[in-house]
Write a new protein. Structure first.
Ligand code: FMN
Ligand code: SF4
Ligand code: SF4
Ligand code: SF4
Ligand code: FES
Lengths: 187, 599, 231
């Protein structure tokens, strides 16, 4: 890791995820100091940059696509990042949000906004929210690779900090990722 | 309820309370009660002394066993490739409109039930349907409407059929079927002059070793598709330990586009059964089972009648041909609607009353078959060949055919040609020869050997039908130039395999469905070159399935990728490879718009 | 009296009892052949196909193969390894496997094989089939989402009268495992536990059981499945 090598530019986002994968990245503890030597963050919740300001080398995607905004963000990431990494079970295969994939969307919405036990009187007009500013919900949750081409996949819920760290180092240094057994888990 | 209890008790008693006769029990009970409900299944389980889940394990496996009532008239309309070629869609629509219900449903008045079914062995007279077990071939929308009107007018199936019976034995008083034989070319093996008992008369003067030697000398090979040497099979069974042995005749005939066994069983049932008796003599079996697919139940009374006749003539039963100790009898076993039951070990499982799941091999049926006893399983046509070998000698037989494929083959020609039907030809005829005889012009492709075989294009029409070149169990489907090969043919076959997998092996169970998903994507113009490669690569995975079904299930796809690649290339989605073309945002938000009332 | 046969396993000459199951004989000889539908002590059924090896050059499932004199077995060619990984990936895409919320996670044979083969995501299309969770039984929960149809429960679990408790229903990609309400009625905790244990995945659960071993101490947390087999 030569200090002179230009820093790789990294963007991250959370689509239909819980930010757990982002938290896990922060879990790399003091290695975070090494990380900022290696990379510079662009669009990412880490630095609160909301729009891409330059072309990126690596995009880290947390979460799958459950609404049209997710799709637009993912598409933009695909356009702006050379390499896209799906991080975590939700990005890989939908994860917990994909539990709804076996139900028709209409049923889910009606349960959530009209008939569910927690709705009670909270929705007197019986409206399923559909303000034009709200993202439109997709018929099911899509794994990222069903929408755009994904180059690498990191499993886990969330992936362990070690796995994310090892993967980033491998990507930045152009080496093959050989994860340790203990860091490679689905839960 | 008492009706159920009463019926179940009677039927189970008819089969000696034997749980291995479950298929017979189910067929008869369903015949009387209309369906096999949970209550009925529980009752059967109770009387047979087996768990209810085990009964339902069998009932739910077979296409023709129904849990719910299927209407006074259960219409099973074939949805095979050839049926579609012949205008099935319009007929289906006419049925739906007349009945007032969709396929998979029963009309509100309970009179008509409409169901899809895979190839019913009538490819030369499509579109065809089974109505309460009776065949209605060559349907048109008008006929469909007439049929439904007749059903509503309270007519019986017999009345609906009328009396325009088909040719040959189709008009036999025990058959009375509207089915036609369409034997277009009579060969010397099956459709030549034949007198029952002649071959057996010779056999009883021989030793079992001599019989096997003759079959070996003629190098008879199986006509069911796999082409295993018959003499060798008989020899294995003869040498297998055990004093109880069985001979099975495989008349399951499920490969789409195949219908020769139906015609042979109609015109030459005596020859088939004589073949079984010869096999029994050779291996030392006393019991035979003729396993016939459910779709041919309309032949049941006739075949029982033929068996009784043969017993009366001393060609079945005890001391056959006057030879003391040569005792052999044959019983009929019908299936329940499952292509995989044509696989010999699945056939045996089915005959034992179980779901038709192929067995792991070894052991092979000749070592451990029906009820774990050595069992010979032979195709209908193979047994006919054996009869002729014994009658006319191996030298005669060896003069027919090619270097490596001796004798004749009964072909079932269907699809886009003027003269679909049965052609008995010597091995070695080319595809072109057959196309010419059948009156086929502007041919895009021929599916040789059914979906599990290969789809070939005009540059291969000079290839010959033989074990060493194009092997076939008989199915020969002609696809005209005007057809959409991928959509009309390949996709239909993909669906077929998905529905017919027994579900045991992981690759077969899952990849048949996944292949359909990917193929649909390609057909819809949303596939990628990667998708095509992926399908090809899956073939390697499928080779490790347990039985031939899974091993060949991707053949329609893989052989068309091989031989008709431009058809695939023309359908691939254009665009940026960084995005997945099958993802369709507009389609994905449609449900939402509908749910919030903006659709 | 047992007699021994000599066979070749990945180029090494080995001795095994005649008629021994190839999976077991290989294990004895220090070679791990992955399995899913196989379970010691119950009759094999070559269903999952993951144990496929080359016997005299021909693919055959090792769980249904008996060792015979002069048999030549190759257990680990690149093609076989690729095939095994595919089987695992297919199963993940065929059912609904949400490991993070699964009671069996960490103790699941399917997941463990995915770890062993470093499966990240399935390269097969995720089908998201609609499957049920059945909880009517007083002692058992059947989560069909996770069932890999290995039939271990069918073959291995019988009630006191020797009757089957589990059976297949339907065929093809619609197969499901059914529980017989009658024969399963009186099962005790021990049999319920055995049913849960015999299932390689989290498709059969005992009511009120699960998540009782902390992460880090579960069966496959530290070392890959098969690493107990040593040459
Ligand atoms: C999926 C599948 C379906 C089969 N269907 C039939 C069939 O309908 N009729 C038949 O004779 N053989 C069928 N076979 C082949 C049989 O397994 C077996 O090889 C044959 O009945 C042996 O008879 P033969 O040697 O006389 O051909 C099928 C095989 C498979 C794998
Ligand atoms: S290959 Fe398919 S049909 Fe044959 S045994 Fe396996 S799952 Fe059943
Ligand atoms: S059964 Fe195994 S693979 Fe499936 S979700 Fe549970 S832990 Fe994961
Ligand atoms: S429930 Fe478990 S043991 Fe039974 S078939 Fe499914 S995965 Fe196998
Ligand atoms: S373990 Fe051998 S086929 Fe499943």
């Amino acid at each position: 890791m030569s200090a002179k090598a230009p820093k790789k530019i990294v963007a991250t986002t959370s689509l239909a995820g819980c930010f757990g994968c982002h938290m896990s990245l922060l879990d790399i503890d003091e290695r975070i100091l090494d990380l900022i030597e290696l990379v510079e963050f662009n669009k990412s919740p880490f630095d609160d940059i909301k729009t891409f300001t330059k072309e990126c080398d690596i995009g880290l995607i947390e979460g799958g696509c459950c609404n049209d905004e997710n799709v637009h963000v993912l598409t933009e990431f695909r356009k702006r990042c050379k390499v896209l990494v799906a991080v975590g079970e939700c990005a890989l295969m939908g994860g917990l949000p994909a539990l709804r994939n076996v139900l028709p969307l209409k049923e889910c919405l009606e349960e959530a906004y009209l008939n569910g036990p927690t709705v009670a009187d909270g929705n007197p007009d019986k409206i399923i929210p559909h303000d034009p500013d709200l993202p439109k919900i997709l018929n099911r949750v899509y794994p990222c690779h069903e929408v755009v081409k994904i180059d690498y996949f990191l499993p886990g819920c969330p992936p362990s900090a070690d796995l994310i760290w090892d993967a980033l180092v491998a990507l930045v240094t152009g080496q093959e990722l050989d994860p340790s057994y203990r860091s490679f888990k689905f839960d | 309820m008492p009706a159920i209890a009463q019926t179940v008790k009677q039927v189970v008693a008819r089969y000696g309370g034997d749980a291995t006769r479950l298929m017979d029990v189910l067929i008869d009970v369903q015949d009387e009660l209309g369906c096999l409900s949970h209550v009925t299944a529980a009752r059967i389980a109770d009387v047979l002394g087996i768990p209810q889940v085990d009964v339902e394990q069998t009932t739910s496996f077979y296409h023709f066993f129904a849990r719910e009532p299927r209407g006074k008239f259960a219409v099973y309309l074939n949805d095979s490739v050839v049926a579609e070629f012949c205008g099935r869609a319009e007929v289906a629509q006419a049925f739906e409109e007349a009945a007032g219900c969709k396929f998979g449903e029963v009309s509100a008045d309970g009179v008509v039930g409409l169901f899809h079914t895979a190839c019913i062995g009538m490819s030369d007279q499509e579109p065809a349907a089974l109505v309460n077990g009776q065949v209605f071939p060559k349907l048109t929308p008008e006929k469909a409407r007439e049929l439904v009107a007749g059903m509503r007018a309270g007519r019986t199936v017999e009345e609906l059929k009328g009396d325009q019976y088909g040719d040959g034995q189709n008009a036999h008083p025990e058959v009375r079927a509207l089915v036609h034989n369409h034997v277009r070319r009579r060969g010397v093996m099956v459709f030549d002059h034949y007198r029952p008992g002649e071959a057996l008369a010779k056999v009883v003067k021989m030793s079992s070793g001599e019989v096997i030697a003759a079959v070996k000398a003629a190098s008879v090979r199986g006509r069911g598709g796999a082409g295993f040497p018959t003499g060798m099979k008989w020899d294995f069974a003869r040498r297998a330990a055990g004093d109880v042995k069985y001979v099975f005749c495989n008349a399951d005939e499920g490969e789409p586009g195949t219908f020769k066994d139906r015609v042979i069983l109609t015109e030459r049932p005596q020859m088939v059964i004589e073949g079984m008796a010869i096999a029994a003599f050779a291996v030392g079996a006393r019991r035979g089972v003729l396993y016939v697919r459910h779709e041919y139940l309309y032949l049941r009374a006739y075949l029982e009648h033929v068996l009784a006749d043969l017993r009366a003539q001393g060609l079945l039963g005890t001391a056959i041909g006057g030879l003391a100790g040569f005792d052999f009898d044959v019983s009929l076993q019908f299936g329940g609607g499952a292509y995989v039951c044509g696989e010999e070990s699945a056939l045996i499982e089915s005959a034992e009353g179980k779901r038709g799941e192929p067995r792991d091999r070894p052991p092979f049926p000749v070592e451990k078959g029906y009820l774990q006893k050595p069992t010979v399983v032979n195709n209908v046509e193979t047994l006919c060949s054996a009869v002729q070998v014994l009658l006319k000698g191996p030298e005669w037989y060896n003069r027919l055919g090619t270097e490596k494929s001796k004798g004749t083959k009964v072909l079932c020609v269907s699809g886009d040609c003027d003269r679909p039907g049965i052609y008995e030809v010597e091995w070695g005829f080319s595809v072109n020869d057959i196309l010419k005889e059948a009156g086929a012009r502007d041919v895009q492709a021929v599916q040789v050997g059914g979906p599990s075989g290969a789809c070939i294009g005009p540059d291969e029409f000079n290839r010959v039908l033989a074990y060493e070149d194009l092997a076939t169990g008989g199915s020969f489907i002609v696809v005209g130039k005007h057809r959409d090969l991928l959509k009309d043919v390949v996709l239909n076959f993909a669906r077929f395999f998905r529905e017919e997998s027994c579900g045991s092996c992981v690759p077969c169970r899952a990849l048949t469905g996944m292949a359909q998903v990917v193929l649909e994507r390609i057909v819809a113009g949303k596939g990628t070159a990667e998708d095509v490669e992926r399908l090809r690569a899956w073939q390697k995975i499928m080779r490790n399935n347990r039985c031939g079904l899974g091993q060949t299930a991707l053949n329609p796809i893989v052989t068309t990728i091989q031989n008709f690649r431009p058809l695939y290339a023309a359908r691939l989605a254009p665009g940026d490879p960084r995005f997945v073309p099958s993802f369709d945002l507009a389609a994905a938000i449609r449900d939402y718009d509908a749910a919030v009332g903006k659709g | 009296m047992a007699s021994f046969v000599r066979f070749t396993l990945d180029g090494k000459t080995c001795l095994a009892e005649e008629g021994a199951q190839l999976v077991a004989a290989a294990r004895e000889a220090g070679v791990f052949i992955p399995t899913l539908c196989n379970y010691p002590g119950i009759p094999p059924k070559g269903a999952c196909r993951i144990c496929t090896v080359l016997v005299n050059g021909i693919p055959q499932t090792a769980c249904t193969t008996k060792v015979a004199e002069d048999m030549n077995v190759a257990t680990s060619t690149p093609e076989l390894e690729a095939f095994r990984k595919s089987v695992v990936e297919i199963l993940f895409a065929e059912g609904n496997h949400l490991c993070p919320s699964c009671e069996r996670s960490g103790n699941c044979e399917l997941q463990a094989l995915a770890y062993r083969y470093r499966v990240t995501v399935s390269s097969f299309p995720y089908l998201f089939p609609k499957r049920d969770v059945e909880a009517w039984h007083p002692k058992l929960v059947k989560d069909h989402n996770r069932c890999i149809q290995c039939k271990r429960c069918i073959r291995g679990i019988h009630n006191a009268e020797g009757h089957a408790i589990f059976a297949f229903g339907k065929r093809g990609d619609k197969v499901v495992i059914n529980i017989d309400p009658d024969t399963s009625k009186d099962i005790d905790d021990e049999l319920a536990q055995r049913a849960m244990d015999i299932c390689p995945v989290g498709a059969i659960l005992r009511k009120g059981k699960g998540f009782d071993v902390p992460i880090g101490r579960r069966t496959y947390d530290r070392a890959p499945i098969g690493s107990e087999v040593r040459p």
